[in-house]
Structures are given as structure tokens and as C-alpha cells.
Design a protein around this ligand. Structure first.
Ligand code: 5GP
Ligand code: MN
Length: 328
């Protein structure tokens, strides 16, 4: 652990210990690492007797698969976040924009603590606990919990595990020390299969019909991405009607299995001509760089951005950014 990191962990723990009211924010369209991280820290602070709320900027509803993590009823809608929070903690949020409509609280909060693992995080907090070598923000949270002297009970361990199993793709991207962390979480009572199956392995029957439509339109461009291959698929609002965001988010996990393509993209329609794009790479292309050229961000092998226009326009811009990063 670098000195910087251990100093910022100490500073963050001190700020949280001194606080009586803490607001924890995940990024918009939160995933298991964002909400699991926020709820793990939230549950611990709640147990220490503090007033705690957990929220995120958009959408209004909590992903169904993450609701059970909130055993203490800490989640509140964005509209219930105080205008000037005493202490604000932003988790798994690599940039200010990822807070969505709640980004304005950064300037009104008494103290802002950033807890993250994005290499591109500019450190927009008063205290910044950023470890780009951590596979998940949940791991950084666990270090903070240890710094706070919090005992790891099952509900807290489950939140950490949810973030970890998701961001490591079921521990395939986990270092040896991270497997040791997983062992510690299991020892605290986490039921690995019970946590992972709803998160990554369970969908309503309608998912199969949606996949049939979406995957039948997928396209492979062998010469794109500097000749490394690019595969893409588009999920329209119509395709996704009646399904949860969880079903739409998982499409990229199938598209990315295409052996002929180094890079995979899924365009997810959020509103008319408004898209959230998921990018994945196998090993050679830094898709964070690609996403950043298009106003987004993320990690080397998993990144994203939002874009306006027709799907074909978004794809042209993406193709161009891929050439810039992977070509020549
Ligand atoms: P996903 O494809 O699962 O939505 O996102 C993969 C990763 O890309 C996330 O962990 C996050 O780091 C990043 N990401 C996704 N969408 C955006 C976006 O619109 N803006 C930024 N800055 N990062 C994003
Ligand atoms: Mn994460």
C-alpha cells in the first residue's frame, strides 16, 4: 500500500468518525460495485450510530437484484438527499459527471470523501481514497472498514462480496490477495452462490426472446479496431420493453465472447436517440482511452460512454475512436 493511500485512508476514517450524518452516493445506473460499496460502508456507519443515507442520481428505482443488500433501509431517492450534506462520500464514481443530478452536492457538502478504483479519477474530494490497483471499489471500502475498526458481519461482507464478484468477473481478474479477501468474506458468512446467481446468472424467460432479436442483428467487423476485430449489438427501448436494466446490461457479456473480435460494444437506448454504450476488450485495446475520446471513462478492459444520435452515427464515432487508439 502506498503511503499516500494509507494517509488518505486514515484521513477518511477520521472524517467519518467525526461525522454525525453521512450521505453515500453511488454513480448513476449503479451496479453491484457502486451500490455494494455504498451500502457496506453505510451499514457500518449506521451501526456506529450515525444518520446514514445511500442514494444515486438516476434512475429513480433501485435495481431489483441489489435491493436485498439494503438490510437497514438506508436507500433513499435522489430527491431526499439534503441540499447541503454534512459529509458526502462518492463511491465507484470516476468523475463528477457520473453523479448525474447529484453532482451539485459536491459544492455544498461540508466534506467530500472519494472512494474509488478508477485510474482516471481526478480526486474531486476533500479526501481521496483512490486505489487504481484494486479490482473493485468494494476492496477499498473493506480497507476503510478495517481502518474504522468495524467488525465484518454477514450483511456488510455480502455487500463487499457483491461488488467484488461483479468487478472481477467471478474472480477471473482477481489477484491472489483478492482471493484471500474473498475467503475472509466467506468466513464472515457470505453464501457465494446465493449472492452471485441473482446478480449474474438469472433472468426472466423474456430475456431469451430479447437476446434472440438483439443478437440476430449483431455485426462483426474484422478489420476494425486496427484489424483486431470489433463486434457490436444494439438494444433498443423496444427490444428491452418489459425487462429490467439487469437484462440489458448483461447483453455485452454474450457479445464479448466473439472470438474474432478484440473489442465488443453494446449500444443501450436510454431514451429516443440517447445511448449508453458498454465497451469491452479482451486484452490488447485500452477501451478506457476509447471511451474517454467520446466523453466517457472506465477501466482498460471495461469502459463506457453516453452519446446522442442515431445508432449508426454513434457507431461511426466509435469506429473512429477505435482506430485512433488501436490503429497503426
Ligand atoms: P458498463 O459497461 O458496465 O456500464 O460500464 C463499464 C465501466 O465503464 C464502468 O465500471 C465505468 O467505470 C465505466 N463507464 C460506463 N459508462 C460510463 C459513462 O457514461 N461515463 C464514464 N465516465 N464512465 C462510464
Ligand atoms: Mn467498480
Amino acid at each position: 500500500m502506498s503511503n499516500d493511500l494509507s494517509a488518505s485512508l486514515t484521513a477518511a476514517a477520521a472524517a467519518l468518525t467525526d461525522a454525525s450524518d453521512v450521505t453515500l452516493l453511488a454513480h448513476v445506473n449503479p451496479d453491484a460495485d457502486a451500490l455494494g460499496s455504498a451500502l457496506a460502508l453505510g451499514l457500518a456507519l449506521h451501526r456506529l450510530g450515525k444518520t446514514v443515507r445511500v442514494s444515486f442520481g438516476a434512475p429513480d428505482s433501485v435495481p431489483e437484484t441489489l435491493r436485498d443488500l439494503d438490510v437497514a433501509g438506508l436507500l433513499v431517492p435522489a430527491s431526499a438527499v439534503p441540499a447541503a450534506p454534512e459529509v458526502l462520500v462518492a463511491l465507484d464514481t470516476g468523475s463528477v459527471g457520473r453523479l448525474g443530478p447529484l453532482a451539485d452536492r459536491l459544492s455544498t457538502a461540508g466534506t467530500v470523501v472519494v472512494v474509488d478504483h478508477h485510474v482516471s479519477n481526478p480526486g474531486f474530494g476533500t479526501v481521496n481514497v483512490i486505489d487504481a490497483s484494486a479490482e473493485a471499489t468494494a476492496l477499498v471500502v473493506l480497507r476503510l472498514l478495517d481502518e474504522l475498526g468495524v467488525e465484518l458481519d454477514e450483511p456488510i461482507a455480502r455487500c463487499v462480496y457483491a461488488g467484488l464478484v461483479t468487478d472481477t468477473r467471478s474472480f477471473r481478474h482477481a489477484r491472489a490477495s483478492t482471493h484471500e479477501v474473498a475467503a475472509r468474506l466467506l468466513a464472515a458468512g457470505v453464501d457465494a452462490e446465493a449472492v452471485a446467481r441473482p446478480l449474474m446468472d438469472s433472468h426472466p424467460f423474456g430475456y431469451l426472446g430479447m437476446l434472440a432479436k438483439v443478437l440476430s442483428r449483431a455485426a462483426l467487423e474484422r478489420s476494425a479496431a486496427g484489424g483486431l476485430g470489433f463486434v457490436h449489438a444494439v438494444v433498443t427501448l423496444d427490444d428491452a420493453a418489459g425487462l429490467r436494466p439487469e437484462e440489458v446490461e448483461s447483453v455485452v457479456d454474450l457479445v464479448r465472447t466473439t472470438a474474432e473480435a478484440e473489442v465488443a460494444a453494446v449500444l443501450k437506448e436510454l431514451g429516443p436517440s440517447y445511448w449508453s454504450v458498454s465497451l469491452r476488450a479482451v486484452s490488447r485495446v485500452d477501451v478506457r482511452e476509447v471511451a474517454q475520446l467520446l466523453g466517457g471513462g472506465g477501466h482498460r478492459l471495461a469502459a463506457g460512454f453516453t452519446a446522442e444520435g442515431d445508432a449508426s452515427d454513434v457507431l461511426s464515432r466509435l469506429r473512429e475512436a477505435l482506430e485512433t487508439v488501436a490503429g497503426g
